[in-house]
Design a protein around this ligand. Structure first.
Ligand SMILES: Nc1ncnc2c1ncn2[C@@H]1O[C@H](COP(=O)(O)OP(=O)(O)OP(=O)(O)O)[C@@H](O)[C@H]1O
Ligand code: SF4
Ligand SMILES: [Mg+2]
Length: 323
């Protein structure tokens, strides 16, 4: 697969959360939420990041956008090392780098009309005059499948799917280059999920936006993403193109996740791989391969040696001793 010019490059990103409340240093718990993750997102590409709860997906999304500091590593946007940019330059870049939340309602002011909430950021960043803002808002309302009469309504008057459309409208009105969409459909009913996924597809087609699409659901990611990374306890287990990942999954964790994805054809059956146990405590992850406590194929070496993240075939990376 030919690689596109990267818009986003994540190199050996680490984000540790320390419990500074403990006055005894010995008892200080450090959560290695992201522990040396690397990947690139090509211009106009949608990269899917999947993994169970607590695997570090949101922390990666937030770290890329510099919504919090990082422990080490680097994030590059268009070649700029984002975490090294002076605050003012970062502020200037903000409109270009947007975040869509799982629950946009929580970030909406209940007393602000939707039209004003969507236009607010445009005015804050000085990207448009007061007289122009309404027509811009009406334009994005339409793009996002909302109606002009929604302009004067308040957040509580909208359904979950419509609120997500509002969240998307608030992001795209700033004409961003890059959007992190963090589980944007997870809280929605399945039928509504499909509508919002279709909206993302239209945006991909119409606008040259690069996406990091976060989900715990491999069936959602399959519809949108050309490249996918599978995370487990802050480490990347497998990284591949969509065709490679769904056609030839190599990591036992990916295989287990995929075995839970329903197949549309009822005559085909996939053997479900049930993982034993729960996801371990990220403050005290297993030694060696972090997945060994749940891996059906674990060997002695897996308990002591960390598997290298290796390129097994063109642009297809796997961290497993047996692959
Ligand atoms: N601000 C924080 N302070 C301390 N620990 C945190 C903080 N944010 C996240 N963590 C921890 O980092 C780990 C990764 O969390 P993160 O929210 O990135 O996972 P996630 O993959 O997005 O999970 P989910 O699917 O539940 O959203 C978790 O163990 C979490 O408890
Ligand atoms: S390295 Fe071992 S424990 Fe880890 S995924 Fe591979 S076989 Fe399983
Ligand atoms: Mg999350």
């Amino acid at each position: 697969m030919k690689e596109r010019t990267p818009l986003i490059e994540v190199n050996q990103l680490k984000k540790y959360f320390g419990d500074s409340s403990s006055i005894f240093k010995r008892n200080k718990t450090v959560v290695k939420a992201v522990d040396g993750v690397s990947f690139k997102i090509g211009k106009g590409e949608t990269f899917g990041l999947v993994g169970e709860s607590g695997s570090g997906k949101s922390t990666i999304g937030r770290s890329i956008l510099r919504l919090h500091s990082i422990t080490s590593g680097e994030v590059k946007y268009n070649g700029y090392s984002l975490h090294h940019l002076p605050k003012q330059e970062m502020r200037n870049l903000r409109p270009k780098l947007q975040f869509i939340f799982q629950d946009p309602f929580s970030s909406l002011n209940p007393r602000l009309r939707i039209g004003d909430a969507i236009g607010e950021a445009l005015l804050d960043h000085g990207l448009c005059s007061k007289t122009e803002v309404k027509s811009k808002v009406l334009e994005v309302l339409e793009i996002c499948g909302l109606a002009s009469y929604h302009y004067d309504r308040f957040p509580h008057e909208f359904s979950g799917g419509q609120r997500q459309r509002i969240g998307i409208a608030r992001a795209i009105i700033l004409e961003p280059d890059f959007i992190v969409a963090d589980e944007p459909v997870s809280a929605l009913d399945v039928s509504i999920q499909a509508q919002i996924i279709n909206l993302f597809k239209e945006l991909q087609k119409e606008k040259d936006i690069t996406f990091l699409f976060i989900s715990h659901d491999l069936s959602v990611v399959e519809h949108l993403c050309s490249k996918i990374g599978v995370l487990y306890l802050g480490s990347m287990m497998e990284l591949a193109s969509r065709d490679q990942l769904y056609g030839n999954p190599l990591h036992p964790y990916t295989k287990a996740l995929l075995s839970a994805v329903p197949i549309p054809d009822p005559t085909l059956k996939r053997e479900r791989i049930i993982l034993k146990g729960d996801i371990p405590n990220p403050a005290n992850p297993p030694k060696g391969c972090k997945f060994h406590t749940r891996c059906p194929l674990a060997q002695d070496i897996c308990r002591v040696e960390v598997p290298e993240f290796r390129e097994i075939e063109d642009q297809h990376y796997v961290a497993c001793h047996l692959v």
